[in-house]
Design a protein around this ligand. Structure first.
Ligand code: ATP
Length: 612
């Protein structure tokens, strides 16, 4: 009945529209809203009209996460959700999965997803979200050993990528499900469809050579492509992909986008992508939902981009009038070597991942380590951090020297105190204990461990006893990184204007800490947003002024203002001329320095490494 009525309405028959049951007794504006709704509902995939979006548990008088959202996605349109902050964009996508509350809720019969109403289907099964934007909020209190993949594969990690795809195991959780002895014809039919999707997509996304590798051996980018295939095998009708390009190398990005485009065009499934502001927008995207704090700007791509460009130009004009030029780097004499690699190799059975790598990293140098997904960047870093067992086995022609000593002559705990590291693996593995504060997490960076220690939360040193001047230096350093990258610096960077750091807590003889940063330092790490956690882990890497800083996907999950603040801090003294930095990223523009400032590039290709 509804459809018939709708058809009539779409022909624009005003008389019939006014006669529609339920519209009698409505005011003119209610009637026009109601008519507008019915028009919009036809062919709508998503429809939100004038709703606020709240966290569950918040009342309607609390500040909504998003205000007055008007967003209709129609069949055939290709949408990207773009966020100036990573967090807000992800929250919007999560609200489509029911993680947040819409008030007023989109009314039945169409509801939030009109396309699922005839015949009625459960949005829970039909709409899937795969997110690469954020790290898990909590991985529990224990540290899990992310370096396990570098050694001999343990029995429980033996499950291969192929096995993980077919439901006997939870993907990336590696728990065998109850074994089913006999299958019904429906189950068999579903399986054969899954198998066809699997064959098709693993071929298109270049995963076939990896199918029989243990899941834990896959690189970051390989794992991400595999997660997308797994989600598609469940045949959702709408797939929300948050930051599918993050962590993918330049050659895999167009391949994935091409696959997504053809899937979307045949609605198998419809796809909505979440993108970061700096990601290129694929040509086939026709519409954009731009998340700007608590507002959503939606419309045709060109219109939204034009509006955004004019807003951004105004902000940039304000910012450039007050910005300082970055502090030039110290002179370029050769610093002391922190790592010397000569003919270094890594092999798994017959698989040679690194072949004869020659590379020297010195104090005062900034390097961009490049290479396609699976080219061995993480493996190379794990040799330098000493986490890889093969860091000990470089003999004869092969040689690995770290901080002027052969690898075998320097203990792993000592290495951890000399290297500050941020990486997706470490971020996932870092324990989220219920009552560990931000200050304590930063303080673990001095000794490179994961368990807070010492009465000031600044560690106890490798000898277990810190002299008073070292205690003072460490406390001061925690305050310095908090002031450099903490919330007061985000405010500074989001408005475009420097805000006076009022409310400063006075600390006799030491670094001053604003109230905002002080409060932040007392918060529980586990309660922070994913972006805030990333910032804290960056501070942890920098706090001890280690000789070597390794920054692998360092901006993951951070909002724009956090990225700007952290970049500025890194460029303006956060790392000094006595420190070496290696940045791993698939995006040139993510590296805080450029070649004019002395940045050098080292590229891995087919196992070999060259300076480019
Ligand atoms: N235990 C293992 N057995 C076999 N191959 C392995 C093992 N561990 C890692 N590999 C392979 O080593 C290669 C290098 O992996 P690595 O994680 O270093 O790549 P990456 O350059 O960091 O990739 P990404 O850009 O995706 O993060 C990958 O092809 C991976 O599958």
């Amino acid at each position: 009945m509804f459809t018939t009525e709708l058809r009539v309405l779409r022909r624009g028959d005003i008389f019939l529209r006014q006669k529609r049951p339920g519209s009698f007794g409505l005011t003119r504006s209610q009637r026009s809203y109601s008519d507008h709704r019915l028009k919009d509902e036809a062919g709508a995939v998503i429809r939100i009209v004038g709703s606020n979006i709240y966290r569950f548990g918040d009342s309607n008088v609390a500040a909504p996460v998003f205000r007055n959202v008007n967003w209709t996605v129609r069949e055939g349109e290709c949408w990207a959700v773009i966020g100036s902050g990573s967090h807000q964009k992800t929250t919007l996508l999560q609200s489509l999965r029911g993680h947040l509350r819409l008030a007023p809720p989109p009314p039945p019969p169409g509801g939030l997803f009109p396309f699922l109403s005839d015949p009625p289907r459960d949005a829970h099964n039909a709409v899937a979200l795969v997110s690469f934007a954020h790290r898990p909020q909590s991985t529990g209190g224990a540290f899990y050993d992310y370096t396990a993949r570098y050694g001999a594969v343990r029995d429980e990690d033996r499950i291969t990528l192929r096995e993980s795809m077919f439901g006997e195991y939870d993907f990336l959780n590696i728990r065998p499900k109850a074994l089913v002895e006999s299958k019904t014809p429906e189950e068999l039919a579903t399986e054969s469809v899954k198998k066809a999707i699997f064959d098709d997509l693993t071929t298109k996304l270049g995963l076939v050579p990896l199918l029989d590798l243990p899941l834990v051996a896959l690189s970051n980018g390989q794992t991400r492509r595999a997660r997308i295939v797994k989600a598609l095998m469940f045949q959702p009708e709408l797939l929300l992909l948050d930051e599918p390009l993050t962590g993918l190398d330049a050659s895999n990005r167009p391949t994935l986008l091409h696959v997504l485009e053809s899937l979307h065009k045949t609605r198998s499934p419809r796809i909505i992508m979440g993108l970061r502001k700096q990601d290129p927008i694929p040509e086939w995207i026709t519409h954009i939902a731009l998340v700007q704090q608590d507002r959503l700007l939606t419309g045709k791509k060109e219109t939204v981009l034009a509006q955004h460009a004019s807003d951004a130009a105004q902000t940039e004009a304000k910012r450039s009038s007050i910005s300082q030029s970055s502090i030039p780097k110290a002179g370029k004499e050769l610093g002391r070597p922190v790592a010397i690699l000569k003919n270094v190799n890594v092999t798994y059975d017959t698989r040679k991942v690194l072949k004869s790598i020659n590379w020297t990293i010195r104090e005062g140098e900034q390097w961009h380590l490049q290479g396609a997904n699976g080219s061995g960047k993480t493996t190379l870093m794990s040799l330098i951090t000493g986490d890889h067992p093969q860091s000990y086995t470089q003999r004869g022609e092969s040689y690995l020297e770290l901080f002027s000593r052969p690898r075998s002559k320097i203990s792993t705990p000592h290495l951890r105190s000399l290297i500050g590291i941020v990486s997706p693996e470490l971020a996932n593995a870092y324990p989220r204990r219920p009552r560990t504060t931000v200050w304590e997490v930063i303080g673990t960076g001095f000794d490179g461990g994961f368990v807070p220690g010492g009465k000031n939360g600044i560690g106890i040193g490798l000898e277990g006893d810190l002299p008073d001047d070292v205690v003072r230096w460490r406390v001061n350093r925690v305050r310095e990184v908090l002031s450099g990258c903490g919330p007061s610096s985000w405010t500074l960077c989001s408005s475009g204007y420097p805000t006076l750091r009022q409310d400063t807590t006075s600390m006799a003889g030491g670094q001053l800490l604003s109230k905002l940063d002080e409060e932040f330092s007392n918060r529980n790490f586990v309660d922070l947003s994913a972006g805030e956690q990333s910032v804290v882990l960056l501070m942890r890497a920098l706090v001890g002024r280690p000789q070597l800083v390794l920054l692998d996907e360092v901006w993951s999950g951070m909002d724009d203002s956090m990225v700007r603040a952290a970049r500025r801090y890194l460029r303006e003294g956060g790392v000094g001329p006595d420190q070496a930095v290696v940045v791993i990223s698939h995006w040139e523009e993510e590296v805080p320095w450029d070649v004019q400032e002395g940045l050098r590039k080292f590229k891995l290709e087919e196992g070999r490494g060259v300076e480019i």
